[in-house]
Design a protein. Structure first.
Length: 741
């Protein structure tokens, strides 16, 4: 504190003729404003003379003058920063002074102004309650106010005024910061939040929205490193541009200095630093002409802390929004965004396309995931080049991209052109193909979900019929897809509710017409009593993953009944089980088979698994080991539907199999053309394999296949597939007939 007074030879007032209105300092902003209210002109002059050159709390005094209570009311109403009223009690009326005090406190709500009452008539002193109720700082008779006492009384009043103003400023500042934080907390965009910081910071320091810049950016590989995020006034033209484009180089220097030092600099040209995660820092510049005092510094620190948290939250919200609507690997909009594009932008002439990269899973499994990511980025880049705006592009799934645009832009020709040239992935040149489904939007398909669903149906259809090509959606495909979905749902329910069951069709030795075993077949009977053909529901089970648990159940069911059948005869009884390619490729297939054999105490030599020809020859290396493990168990292997596939003789000769099943299509035509059946039987003999003919329905077919040397037969001529109980009866009847001979 710097409080000084000039030496005086007397503490008594000395009256002069000097006009008090002329005694003013030229620097009003750095002074305490004192309003002298007295109807005697000499009192004004004497007060100025007595306090000439006085400094209180580091500031000089600026005197204002009113010669009546009514004149004082006008001055007080127009002046917001009067520190002290030196007020005469008695002026135009005996209560004029106290009435002015009431007006200041009650009507103007000026509680910060300090009031020192002076009176030349001690009998008019205010009551103690009045002094307390109206917060009167001091009361003196004019005869008591020597120069020293006047200085002392004024010093106490100014100190009190300063403390009140500081407290009020702190309260208003904190209130402003709290309100700003509440307002800004509702904002989720970083850009909008930065705009709000500009507005709130200007309001906090009561300056125009001018000369403030908020600069910074998230970490990225893009240059320049710092951008103008928000600005007001003459800096608004630089929003979104590099910080270096600002013409005021002093401002640029201050911002760079703040960002590099990671520290706020407070003073004229205040630069605030916000240490925000996921960014190289954010700085705000404001040109303050007034001096920053200690209260302002404290408020700035509080403001920085609150706003830093706000920036952190908005960055986090923006990151969440980015994850929700953008693909991390390609940087493209994702499925959610694409659905919004369709809802907002699609017309009846628009085309939605899904592009599915062929064999992408092999790229990830054979090479590695990072290479797969590079492939996706390369495809995304070429799609962006080939389909510029207004066509919309998105990544919809692991290896699927979406397009939305006009029929001229999005069509089979433009899509297939994307994959006509190889892709350069690092140092590798890679040729890719894609299968695409397209749908022309209509009123009923403008819903984003429906358009995607229909294009997905088209992709699946293309995968089956025109791989690596583009096909348009056909409504019939949607109907079929719905039926398949409903059937799959019913199949799951049937499995859990025991609506699935196994039946057994006997194997007949063509040498003696005796039953030597049976094939286990799966059947599905709905609640309404309708039978669903296996060729309709088995593919669904395989595609959905249901075939694995279903296959395990079939094995256990077959072995449970095989024990009963075996107990009915002393001869070996072979049980055959059809094994799906999905089930056979399961890593624990052999283990599952072995556990079931052990659990039901089955002789593995009486167990046979049937594989279709396509399963047996597909990826021979990978299945050969499984086949060997099955043989080690003692289980035999047969090739079902032999002759309908494309296996070579060399492949068949390498497989550790026991039996070839002649497909019923050859047996059906054997009376007119027996060449294929004859060839298969001769091949089996050369490879030391047994044969079984399926689908024998007539005596003529039976006679011909028997004459060709086939080992066993199966078909309606002997028996339809039977339930376990019916098969027991059928088997028992044959055994009884044989024993009766």
């Amino acid at each position: 504190m710097n409080t000084t007074t000039k030496e005086s030879t007397s503490d008594l007032f000395v009256f002069t003729a000097e006009d008090p209105k002329e005694v003013q300092s030229t620097s009003i902003d750095a002074q305490w404003k004192i309003l002298v209210v007295d109807d005697e002109k000499d009192v004004h002059s004497t007060t100025i003379l007595a306090l000439r050159g006085v400094f209180i709390e580091g500031r000089s005094l600026c005197f204002m003058h009113a010669y009546s209570a009514s004149e004082a009311k006008s001055i007080i109403a127009d002046t917001s920063d009067i520190a002290v009223l030196l007020l005469d009690v008695v002026m135009e009326s005996e209560s004029a002074g106290l009435d002015l005090v009431k007006h200041v406190r009650k009507e103007l709500n000026r509680n910060d102004v300090r009031i020192v009452l002076r009176t030349g008539q001690p009998g008019y002193a205010p009551e103690v309650d009045t002094i307390r109720d109206y917060d009167i700082n001091d009361y003196k008779t004019k005869s008591e106010l020597t120069r020293t006492r006047l200085f002392t009384s004024l010093t106490v009043a100014i100190r009190s005024y300063r403390q009140i103003r500081q407290s009020e400023a702190t309260r208003r500042g904190l209130e402003s910061i709290i309100n700003a934080s509440i307002d800004l907390s509702r904002i989720q965009s970083v850009k909008n939040f930065a705009d709000g910081v500009v507005t709130q910071l200007c309001a906090l320091f009561d300056v125009e929205s001018e000369g403030l810049v908020c600069a910074g950016n998230q970490y990225s590989n893009k240059e320049p490193p710092f951008l103008v995020m928000a600005a007001a006034g003459r800096y608004a033209q630089f929003i979104g541009k590099s910080l270096d484009t600002i013409t005021d180089k002093e401002v640029v220097h201050r911002l760079y200095e703040t960002l590099n030092l990671k520290k706020s600099t407070i003073g004229k040209g205040t630069c605030l630093y916000f240490p925000v995660s996921d960014s190289k820092g954010i700085a705000a510049y404001i040109d303050l002409s007034s001096k920053i005092d200690e209260i302002d510094r404290q408020l700035i620190e509080i403001f920085i802390t609150n706003i830093k948290s706000g920036f952190e939250n908005t960055y986090l919200q923006q990151k969440i929004a980015t994850l929700a609507y953008f693909d991390r690997i390609s940087g493209l909009p994702n499925r959610n965004s694409f659905i919004d594009f369709i809802k907002k932008e699609a017309t009846e002439c628009s085309v939605v396309a899904q592009i599915d990269i062929d064999n992408f899973s092999d790229i990830n499994s054979i090479l590695d995931l990072s290479f797969g990511d590079d492939v996706l980025r390369a495809v995304a880049a070429r799609l962006l080049d080939n389909f510029p705006p207004p066509t919309r592009l998105a990544r919809l799934g692991s290896d699927t991209f979406g397009l939305l645009g006009s029929q001229d832009a999005v069509n089979p020709h433009t899509i297939e052109a994307v994959f006509s040239d190889p892709f350069l992935i690092g140092e590798h040149s890679l040729r890719l193909s894609a299968t695409s489904g397209l749908v022309v939007c209509s009123n009923e398909s403008l819903n984003g979900i429906n358009a995607l669903k229909n294009s997905s149906v088209a992709v699946k259809q293309a995968k089956q019929l025109a791989r690596s090509k583009c096909i348009f959606f056909d409504p019939a495909q949607s109907i079929a897809a719905k039926e398949r979905l409903l059937m799959l749902s019913n199949l799951r329910s049937a499995f859990s509710c025991d609506r699935l069951f196994v039946v057994f069709q006997p194997f007949i030795s063509l040498k003696n017409n005796q039953i030597v075993g049976a094939e286990t077949l799966l059947r599905w009977k709905t609640d309404s009593g309708k039978f669903i053909p296996p060729n309709r529901f088995i593919p669904l089970a395989e595609e959905s993953g249901l075939m694995v648990p279903l296959g395990k159940w079939i094995i256990r069911s077959a072995f449970r009944e095989q024990r009963k059948f075996q107990m009915m005869t002393s001869d070996p009884f072979r049980i055959a089980i059809n094994v799906s390619h999905v089930q056979f490729r399961e890593p624990d297939f052999v283990e599952t088979l072995a556990k079931a054999i052990l659990e039901f105490d089955i002789d593995p030599n009486n167990v046979e698994i049937e594989l279709t020809e396509s399963v047996a020859i597909d990826n021979l290396i990978s299945i050969m080991e499984t086949l060997k493990q099955v043989r080690i168990l003692g289980v035999s292997i047969s090739i079902d539907d032999f002759g309908t596939g494309y296996s070579s003789l060399s492949i068949i000769s390498k497989l550790p199999i026991h039996r070839l099943k002649i497909d019923q299509s050859f047996i059906r035509n054997i009376e007119t053309d027996s060449s294929i059946s004859k060839l298969i039987i001769q091949l089996a003999k050369e490879l030391n394999l047994e044969t079984i003919a399926e689908g024998i329905e007539s005596e003529a077919q039976y006679k011909m296949i028997q004459d060709l040397g086939c080992t066993e037969g199966q078909g309606y001529l002997f028996s339809r597939p039977l339930t376990a109980d019916a098969f027991e009866d059928y088997f028992a009847n044959q055994i009884h007939a044989i024993s009766a001979q």
